[in-house]
Structure formats: C-alpha cells, structure tokens
Design a binder for this molecule. Structure first.
Ligand SMILES: Cc1ncc(COP(=O)(O)O)c(C=O)c1O
Length: 142
C-alpha cells in the first residue's frame, strides 16, 4: 500500500495568519478610492469577481467576519424572528450577541457536532409552531 504524506494546515482561524510579502506588495500598489461613492476600483473588482465566481447578480464586500454574519442574519430574518443556530457557532458564541442587540433576532441554540453539522431531527424539534406566543423560527448556518 502506498504511504501518503500530508502537510499540516492550521485552519483554526483566519486571524492566525499574517499577510505574506506578496500580499503586502499587492496592498502597497492597490488602486484605492472612496467605497461609499463606489469609487474604490479594487473593491469594485473584488465584488465583480465574487459575483461572477458565484454566478450571482452582485456581491458586497464586508471587511469583517462578524459584519458578514450580521448581514446574512439581517438578510434572512425580520425583527422578532429567532434563528436556530449551533451552540458552538461563531454567531452565537463569539459575536457579542449582535444579532439580538442590533437586529432583534434572538438565537435558539441547538447542539452542534464537532464537524459543524446540526441534526435534522434536532433542527425540526427546535422550530417553533406558527403561533404568536413564539418567535418565528429561521435556520441560519454561519
Ligand atoms: C467562523 C467565524 N466567523 C466570524 C469570525 C469573526 O471574524 P472577524 O474577526 O473578522 O469579525 C471568525 C473569526 O475568527 C470566525 O472564525
């Protein structure tokens, strides 16, 4: 049997990585502008690239993971909804309760497996009945 060699790749977090010399060089020479007025050519190019890659109408660059997760929650939920979320998910554990504080979207945490999956039966059991006594349930997976 053939022996395989594996390289160790640390995937704990993007925050452990630091920019390589090539990345610093690219930043140094990047064309920049005011993104509020859609005048940053690099942001525009990145958004167009992401939209084409994912075959979407448009893409929006968000500079942080927390901001991206909040945008996803706000896009899928209305005030008064709750979001069903893994109890180890970043949005639930590490983002300061932002969805509840900023969006009026409380979490409904359920057990999350080590690989990040949620049990379908557990999800189903967590969905609130269509009754005004309960928050409306939404399943979000950031
Ligand atoms: C899964 C996940 N979501 C969100 C974040 C938050 O990202 P940021 O620090 O850019 O807000 C992290 C940060 O490590 C993350 O690992």
């Amino acid at each position: 049997m053939q022996q395989r060699e594996y390289a160790l790749i640390d995937l704990r977090s993007d925050t452990l990585t630091t920019p390589s010399p090539a990345m610093r060089e690219a930043m140094l020479h990047a064309a920049v502008g005011d993104d509020v007025y859609a005048e940053d050519p690099t942001v525009i190019a990145l958004q167009e690239y992401a939209a084409a890659l994912l075959e979407k109408e448009a893409a929006l660059y968000a500079p942080s993971g927390t901001q991206s997760n909040l945008l996803a929650l706000f896009a899928h939920c209305d005030r008064g909804d709750e979001y069903i979320v893994g109890d180890s998910a970043h949005t639930f554990r590490y983002e300061g309760g932002g969805a509840a504080i900023l969006g009026s979207i409380p979490p409904q945490p359920i057990p999350m497996a080590m690989d990040g999956t949620l049990g379908l039966d557990t999800i189903e059991a967590a969905i609130n009945p269509d009754d005004f006594h309960f928050a409306r349930s939404r399943l979000i997976c950031p």
